[in-house]
Every structure is written in structure tokens, then in C-alpha cells.
Design a protein around this ligand. Structure first.
Ligand code: SF4
Ligand code: SF4
Length: 109
């Protein structure tokens, strides 16, 4: 079964807690990030939109050690708005079907 991270970026506040939690969990160096929160702005009809989109990187190992101990990934656990989740991609895809601004990030690690 393939697992992944579900990210509902409609609710991401851009707080960066996931970045720091990942860095601490994986003991990453200053310039290494397991996940990065990207900010993008654009004009949509009559309003200016600001979105924060967390994107896992090559350093993401889906927190294999935590999962083996029955815990959620560090980023999911520390997310302030609970806009992230972890699970089988098949189950996460059901969440994506209901949300317009959400993605699944999968890894073959
Ligand atoms: S799942 Fe773990 S390794 Fe991957 S981004 Fe989240 S905290 Fe980092
Ligand atoms: S911790 Fe959650 S709300 Fe904060 S930046 Fe990361 S995904 Fe967004």
C-alpha cells in the first residue's frame, strides 16, 4: 500500500511550524528542509489572493520512524490548523475529492 501526505492548503496559515517540526525530527542542517511553505499571490476577479502551499522535498522520508511507532509525521502533528494528514493514498484521495485546494504528496521511499 502506498502512503502519502494530504495537504489542505486552503487552511494553511503559513505559520511554518511544519518546517521547523520536520527539521527538528530529522535533525536537518540549516539549509536542509524536509518541507517548505511557499507563498504565492495573484489577482482573482476583484480580490488579491495570498496562498501558502507546503511542499515536501527530497528530504522527506514520510517520518518512517514515527510511523513505525504508531505516531503521525512530525509536520502533521505540529500543524496549527490541522490542515495536513498522513495515510494510505487511496484514503487520502477521498479527502481531495471533497476539497478544491488540496493535494496529496506521495513518496516511494
Ligand atoms: S512527513 Fe516527516 S519527513 Fe516528511 S515533511 Fe513531514 S515531518 Fe518532514
Ligand atoms: S504547520 Fe500547517 S498551517 Fe502552519 S505552515 Fe505548515 S501546513 Fe501551514
Amino acid at each position: 500500500m502506498k502512503y502519502g501526505l494530504y495537504i489542505d492548503y486552503d487552511w494553511c496559515s503559513g505559520c511554518h511550524a511544519c518546517e521547523l517540526a520536520c527539521k527538528q525530527e530529522n535533525d536537518l542542517k540549516l539549509d536542509q528542509w524536509g518541507i517548505r511553505v511557499i507563498e504565492r499571490t495573484y489577482q482573482a476577479e476583484d480580490k488579491r489572493v495570498i496562498e501558502y502551499i507546503p511542499i515536501p522535498t527530497e528530504y522527506c522520508n514520510l517520518c518512517v520512524n514515527r510511523i513505525a511507532q504508531g505516531m503521525k509525521p512530525a509536520c502533521v502533528h505540529h500543524c496549527m490548523t490541522k490542515c495536513m494528514d498522513f495515510g494510505p493514498i487511496e484514503e487520502l484521495s477521498k479527502l481531495v475529492e471533497k476539497k478544491k485546494k488540496s493535494v496529496i504528496w506521495g513518496s516511494n521511499k
